[in-house]
Ligand binder design. Sequence first.
Ligand SMILES: NC(=O)c1ccc[n+]([C@@H]2O[C@H](COP(=O)([O-])OP(=O)(O)OC[C@H]3O[C@@H](n4cnc5c(N)ncnc54)[C@H](O)[C@@H]3O)[C@@H](O)[C@H]2O)c1
Length: 352
Amino acid sequence: MRKLKIGVIGAGSIAEMHLGSFSMHECAELYAVCDLNEERAKTTAEKYNAEKYYTDYTKLLEDREIQAVSICTWNNTHAEIAIAALNAGKHVLVEKPLTTSVEKALEIEDAVKKSGKILQVGFVRRFASNTQILKTFIDAGELGEIYYAKASSIRRLGNPGGWFSDKERSGGGPLIDIGVHVIDLCWYLMGRPKVKSISGNTYDLLGNRSNVKNLSFYKAADYDATKNNVEDMANALIRFENGATLFVDASFTLHAKKDETTIKIYGDKGGAEIEPSLEIISEKNNTILNITPQINHATFNFTEAFHSEIDHFVECVLENKEPISPVQDGVEIMKILCGIYESSEKGIEVTF
Ligand SMILES: NC(=O)c1ccc[n+]([C@@H]2O[C@H](COP(=O)([O-])OP(=O)(O)OC[C@H]3O[C@@H](n4cnc5c(N)ncnc54)[C@H](O)[C@@H]3O)[C@@H](O)[C@H]2O)c1
């Protein structure tokens, strides 16, 4: 069997999850690695037995052997690289967020349509088994109509520094970096309703608190705390056309007792908590039940979710199927993220 030849662009922290998953896949061959940092590109290629390494992604895209790429670079480069890859006839897996503006997101969507290639957005939480199990209950109507969701992605200390805290390269702070995951997951499980209005707030009162000692956190490959012009935290109330609402907050730093990821959805027949651990709330014989499924990963498991995301990408490319996280979903989530920033900047609710 001929294996799908893969190029991974960006060889920093999260690329490890892509590289590990591709290199273990029986239908994929990790063929090339690219990073602006030559040493990083070279050592990563060596570590994963990739045949080639590049420092210029345009050169990687000229390589006719490569059929698909994973884009694991700074957010502000996703659009340029994704469009060039699609135009070069490659299938694309692009890390979240799709890009940094709605305009660029629409340009990527246009390039997908014109190229006829697969583009999957790396909304990795959709691929976690606790999400996929819950989805089967939702699809079977067990929760009824979902009308409310509430999600928090709170770090008390965790500004990753480097490009993450440089708005030009990241597009924003915790909202676009970690809030995106929980917003997307709620929206996906709510049945992807159309957004109607958004009221958002962002705060930049605490800085990155790089002075704090004795508490470790996720850092960019090129960690640098000297520049920080992104928000410390954001919150928003998002209204959808079907009347449903989503309340969300996300922080890089907050005077909170502990880090917290909670994702809860409520329907007219039942509810569910996805994080911190999958539980389904139901009612039977006039009694309220908390149902705890017996599963391997009741909470988000990084490695398992990335394996599943990459398995899905390979399968979609080989079988020419639309991914469960297609480009149009990346565009809708971009509208929500940008809407929150716009609402906060203007100090008013924005409508669509
Ligand atoms: N799905 C998740 O859970 C998750 C987690 C972390 C990061 N991410 C996303 O992954 C992407 C990368 O994040 P990271 O944490 O790995 O950052 P990182 O800083 O650790 O690594 C980024 C790498 O990209 C390289 N790079 C940047 N521009 C490039 C270009 N034009 N060509 C080649 N290489 C380039 C940098 O040199 C660096 O090595 C971001 O979009 C981020 O939002 C996703």
